[in-house]
Design a protein around this ligand. Structure first.
Ligand SMILES: [Zn+2]
Length: 235
């Protein structure tokens, strides 16, 4: 095999692996009750190419055939099926965040409960502090056009996550592992905060404690361990 052919084979393998990672991510989020029948995740594979799940797919039974490649205008350039109506959310963030290689968007219950009553997200457990402070998009509208996409991207700014009032949440990462893990930490923190609020006033970590958590827990190996924990539970 020539070096060029070998390189081509490596590219094909890695693209298939990225598609499988995206499939695993969505199935794990579905199994964890973070994603419902509407959620979507993406991986950027080139400046103007995004892998994303088909809008109408079954999240719990996803395969790589449910993944399409789109460009930053939302046109399908490879695969069968249509990307989600909220594909604009992904396009809008990738347009302005060169550091972002993966995005998770879901409508998780516990995080969204907080936004419904205007309760700010508080860092109440170590992993959950990684996304604090968590900006809030002050609109429940679907991100199904460029204007809403630009508003969300501006709200997110340079942060790893944002909430969307009475709608959902978005997390971003340098890879899909990071975006998945942060979604998990954010939702778990929201669950713990919500439950603690039923019996009293939750303790919120201090700035110093948050800095210590970030130093210890923002770590690719620990993110991989969290990913592997959930991956091992998939069929
Ligand atoms: Zn949504």
């Amino acid at each position: 095999m020539t070096p060029v052919e070998l390189k081509q084979r490596e590219d094909i393998v890695s693209l298939a692996e990225l598609k499988q990672q995206l499939v695993d991510c969505i199935r794990m989020l579905e199994q964890s009750d973070i994603i419902d029948y509407n959620g979507h995740c993406s991986i950027r594979i080139a400046v103007n190419r995004i892998l994303i799940n088909v809008g109408s797919c079954q999240r719990s039974k996803l395969t790589i055939d449910d993944i399409v490649t789109i460009d930053l205008e939302g046109n399908v350039v490879e695969g069968k099926g249509n990307p989600p109506l909220e594909r604009h959310l992904h396009m809008g963030i990738y347009r302005v965040r060169a550091d972002v290689r993966a995005i998770v968007h879901a409508h998780p219950k516990w995080s969204t409960f907080l936004t419904m009553v205007g309760a700010p997200y508080q860092p109440v457990y170590a992993q959950g502090s990684l996304v604090h402070p968590l900006p809030l998009l002050d609109s429940p509208n679907s991100i199904n056009n460029r204007e809403m996409a630009d508003r969300l991207a501006a709200t997110l700014g340079d942060r790893p996550a944002a909430l969307m009032k009475s709608h959902g949440a978005v997390t971003v990462g340098r890879d899909i592992v990071e975006a998945f893990v942060l979604a998990n930490y954010m939702e778990e923190n929201s669950y713990r905060q919500y439950m603690a609020m039923q019996i009293g006033k939750p303790y919120a970590f201090s700035e110093h404690e948050i800095a210590l958590c970030r130093e210890k827990l923002w770590n690719a190996n620990l993110f991989k361990r969290t990913w592997d924990h959930f991956r091992a539970k998939l069929d």
